[in-house]
Design a protein around this ligand. Structure first.
Ligand code: NAI
Length: 248
């Protein structure tokens, strides 16, 4: 028996990286998976096939999470296809780093829209369904820099701090309706997003981490599985740092 048997999960931005690892881990625990990404290309089709191979229902949906109407449409489609929505993982995210002095309005707006407004869009579309079901688990992908801030990432850090505030507020608003909301704050996780950094920068990062390594997408997926499942039935409004002790 899996921890998520019979549940349906939406994971945004899950064609690759942390989102994909979460989708695979949820599927291994018995959840049916609806995932979104900007395009359902060859790579996303491969992801869908990998999830389906675990014996669950899986479908990828092309949708821009930053777009309110697009999101309302895709959530309605997913609800029609799967019949219920038990878990929402707001994972889609981007970086457009730069020091404040040089940051453009476009860099700011893009990051806030893709990382934070997207979560509002999905929460707005999914919570009426979860409230009718009288249960649901929402997981916002934040970051340790949303807790501690980071030079050169004021847009990204602000968006991730927003993800924490959003999860805590939803927890307070909807706890009485059976809907839980939490945030995960990953530290340095090795994915395409962080692969752009030089080997030297990566080595320097590792030195500052008590567990002396970057995290894997699977490390984050394990925390997400705990928060999605009934193992965390009395946990809401919390931020769990998954960072090898980087943030204490
Ligand atoms: P990634 O860049 O490998 O994957 C992100 C996925 O989101 C991609 O498939 C991308 O196409 C999709 N995406 C981007 N914009 C989208 C949009 N508007 N609508 C739908 N999908 C969209 O990133 P990674 O590393 O897997 O990160 C996943 C989440 O974890 C992000 O929210 C990121 O900020 C967060 N995170 C990552 C950390 C890391 O070290 N990799 C650390 C802390 C947080």
């Amino acid at each position: 028996m899996g921890l998520l048997d019979g549940k349906t999960a939406i994971v945004t931005g899950a064609a690759r990286g942390i989102g994909k690892a979460i989708a695979l881990k949820f599927a291994a625990e018995g959840a049916n998976i609806a995932f979104t990404d900007l395009a359902i290309d060859e790579n996303a089709e491969k992801t869908a096939a990998e999830i389906e191979a675990m014996g669950v229902k899986a479908k990828g949906y092309a949708s821009n999470a930053a777009n309110f109407e697009d999101t309302a449409k895709v959530v309605a489609e997913i609800h029609k296809d799967f019949g219920r929505i038990d878990i929402l993982v707001n994972n889609a995210g981007i970086t457009r780093d730069g020091l404040m002095m040089r940051m453009t309005e476009q860099q700011w707006d893009m990051v806030i829209n893709v990382n934070l407004k997207s979560a509002f869009n999905f929460v707005h579309a999914c919570t009426p369904i979860m409230m009718r079901q009288k249960s649901g688990s929402i997981i916002n992908m934040a970051s340790v820099v949303g807790v501690s801030g980071n030079a050169g990432q004021c847009n990204y850090s602000a968006s991730k701090a927003g993800m924490i505030g959003l999860a805590k507020s939803i927890a307070k608003e909807l706890g009485s309706r059976g809907v839980r909301a939490n945030a995960i704050a990953p530290g340095f996780i090795i994915t395409d997003m962080t692969d752009q950094l030089s080997e030297e920068v990566k080595k320097e990062w590792a030195k500052t981490i008590p567990l002396r390594r970057g995290g894997t997408p699977e490390d984050v997926a394990n925390v997400a599985t705990f928060l999605a499942s009934d193992l965390s039935s009395y946990v809401t409004g919390q931020v769990i740092c998954c960072c090898g002790g980087m943030n204490m």
